[in-house]
Design a protein around this ligand. Sequence first.
Ligand code: TYM
Length: 331
Amino acid sequence: MRVVSGIQPTGGLHLGNLLGAILRWVRMQDEAECLFFLADLHALTVEVDRAQLRNNRREMAAALIASGIDPAKSILFAQSAVPAHSELAWILQCTARMGWLERMTQFKEKGGKNKERSSVGLFTYPVLQAADVLIYRATHVPVGEDQKQHIELARDIAMKFNNDFDVELFVPPEPFIDGGTAARVMSLRDGTAKMSKSDPSEMSRIDLTDSNDDIAQKIRKARTDPAPLPADPAGLDGRAEAKNLVGIYAAITGESIEQVLARFAGQGFRTFKPALAEALVALLEPLRGRLDHLRGDPAELDRILAAGAAKAAALAAPTLAGAYEAVGLTR
Ligand code: TYM
């Protein structure tokens, strides 16, 4: 079992990243060989600010370590520091089909109405993502629900390449998605939109850097409905905001929706919201403390990333050599 996953270093971590991916990465560290990376090349697909990107890389590395990624257990690195990702991505661009990429919903969302003006990189983005996991022959890719389609594409690319060149080079990876409520954490302002760092409203998400007061205020102002909480999960159908808040609570405490509802059934949000805020503070306060500490030593963060990149590069090299060999190029 080899686990590989990445996160774009655009801004800090929010609750969706944490519950959908990062805290699950942390749990996998003791079960498998893990590689986690900052997808900084992916961050170039939309407009970038050079100084911000440089700063965000360290900030995200610190946030991951503060959340429990242990560089002594996992290989932590920046994607751009291992050129094999880009080299393999080119070869795989010649395997992936236009039609496959045209079906990617994230491109449709991010490209918006004006997709003619999107960067070509935004379109081929999922091929680089496929290279990220195939280069390490990853078996499991822990991600949130929104990345499922990209990992399935990586599977298709792996199988087509192996088939076209009659090799068993790539391992078709499994998207490893939380079976519970963490797979898709929704906006606090709109229960039908996912919690996202690109949402202009800060009130829509809980950030790792939020103070305890920020957390309490965001939860107090989170959109809800006037009805009390139901006794069973079916009663949450059609109540997207209520469902999301109960789901967040369950994901944090490790309980099922049934267990949470058994405790809060019949009660209104005036009781439930403070309990949720308290659970969030208990989760995030210690992480934030560690983050503050780690930020104080950027040289150490750079050292950790450089050491991770060297290890990752050594693991990537044989796969890249195999891909060149398979297509008839020798280096
Ligand atoms: P990114 O940076 O948008 O998100 C990082 C991880 O957080 C998960 N996530 C969520 N999970 C639940 N609810 C949410 N509201 C939510 N928002 C984000 C994402 O699913 C993801 O797991 N393309 C990727 C980065 C990437 C990658 C890869 C991932 C590049 N190469 C290879 C896996 C393997 C991305 O933009 O994730």
